[in-house]
Design a protein around this ligand. Structure first.
Ligand code: PLP
Length: 419
């Protein structure tokens, strides 16, 4: 069997990214990956935002190697370990306290979607209500509870049973001139509005999979106020936009939010290790012991690398400032593409280092991604028609590699739009 047909013969049809990027990866460092043929790629996908600190980050790797070498605990269910204790303290001291946030932390099974399931279950249990308000183009994972709050039909139709318990309303900017927070407020205050009082509202501040729609801070603040005024649990899904991606640790910091629950995963371990966390305001933490359990709650190796990432990058604002500066630069270069191809690049979207270009023609977005792959860069698309070419490079990408990648993207635009 050749390398490529090993996968088509033995791996399920469900595989997806590997179809767009047919290569077998072997080695990676920072923002660079090499395949078995020695081809080098810049990684502008970065594990869909799971590799904010780059591949095999040296500081994180050393902390993990030291931990493993000392025969410390790898698996422990939810027993207390030194790795967990250090993580809890470090997260509290470096991230929560300086931001005036008070949460207890719940470690769920290691996927984002499991943490979302836990957040929804807890909101329902704490309020005695059912409905979760979600948004158009939202993405919260593919297990059935989270999937019910996810917009994308391609994903929804995989459920095979009716998805229920959610109520979808338009995200900020979904329809010109429509104020969806005012709409929600009206439904909640109208005894004949048809909306049962919700348990929770779940929102992404920037919709990662939904096409890099960035909500305005004003809209987010009003949304939180409606939740607070109506005693509805306000959940921010910061799985993709969090951990520094938008230029602050939490994506909601510049909007001044104080959510009732925050869900993190993807880049939380910092090393690409599976790890998910729900942060909960203490008065909502009404779980009975083990009520939402799981064998892999709290991955000790991930605790170690997550702690190392916090220690290395989040002791002061230097790293975040650097991300904001690179984010600005990224925005300017994408803006230049829109100026150059106004008919083709109809919008620059996103915030911080999660930005992209919306193409008028989804086929051309696909061709841009394919051209980039041929020229040494892995870059994905998102949005309802996969029409948004999405830059999600590691936050630690050196400026020269950032520009190298953006040069490839520019060449791709020239080739695809002029060809
Ligand atoms: C990726 C993602 C999830 C789901 O996380 P998984 O680990 O893939 O289950 C949920 N919400 C958002 C915003 C995501 O980007």
């Amino acid at each position: 069997m050749t390398q490529s047909n090993t996968f088509s013969a033995l791996e399920s049809e469900v595989r997806s990214y590997s179809r767009a990027f047919p290569c077998t990866l072997q080695k990676a460092q920072g923002a660079e990956i090499w395949d078995i043929e020695g081809r080098r790629f810049l990684d502008f996908l970065a594990g869909a935002g799971s590799l904010n600190y780059g591949h095999n980050n040296p500081q994180l790797k050393q902390a993990l190697l030291d931990y493993i070498e000392s025969d410390a605990i790898t698996h422990s269910l939810d027993l207390q370990t030194t790795a967990k204790e250090t993580f809890l303290r470090t997260m509290n001291k470096l991230i929560l306290e300086p931001r005036g946030l008070e949460y207890v932390m719940m470690f769920t099974g290691p996927t984002g979607t499991n943490a979302i399931e836990a957040a929804f279950k807890l909101a329902r249990k704490a309020t005695g209500r059912t409905t979760i308000v979600s948004f158009t183009n939202g993405f919260h994972g593919v297990t059935n509870g989270a999937l019910a709050a996810t917009g994308n039909q391609h994903h929804r139709q995989g459920a095979g049973i009716p998805l229920s318990g959610t109520f979808v309303i338009p995200y900020d900017g979904y329809m010109e001139g429509l104020d969806s927070v005012a709409y929600l407020e009206k439904l909640l205050s109208d005894p004949s509005g048809g909306l049962d009082k919700p348990a929770a509202i779940v929102v992404e501040t920037v919709q990662g999979e939904g096409g890099l729609n960035a909500a305005s801070f004003e809209w987010l603040k009003k949304l939180q106020k409606v939740a607070n005024d109506n005693d509805i649990v306000f959940i921010v899904d910061d799985i993709q936009a969090g951990c520094g991606r938008t230029g602050t640790f939490f994506s909601f910091e510049p909007a001044g939010l104080n959510p009732d629950m925050v869900v993190l995963s993807k880049s939380l371990s910092g090393y690409g290790l599976p790890f998910a966390l729900v942060m909960i305001k203490k008065d909502i933490d009404v779980w009975k012991p083990g009520e939402h359990n799981g064998t892999f709650r709290g991955n000790n190796h991930a605790f170690v690398t997550a702690t190392a990432a916090l220690e290395h990058y989040w002791k002061d604002d230097t790293f975040a400032q650097d991300v904001r500066a690179k984010g600005e630069h990224l925005g300017q270069r994408l803006q230049a593409l829109q100026t150059r191809f106004p008919e083709e690049v109809v919008e620059v979207r996103g915030r911080g280092m999660m930005r992209g270009i919306r193409c008028a023609d989804p086929d051309k977005a696909a061709k841009i991604s394919a051209f980039c792959f041929q020229h040494g860069m892995i870059i994905e698309r998102s949005g309802p028609h996969d029409e948004v070419v999405k830059c999600l490079m590691p936050l630690v990408t050196p400026t020269d590699q950032l520009d190298e990648g953006l040069d490839i993207l520019e060449k791709a635009c020239v080739a695809v739009f002029n060809g």
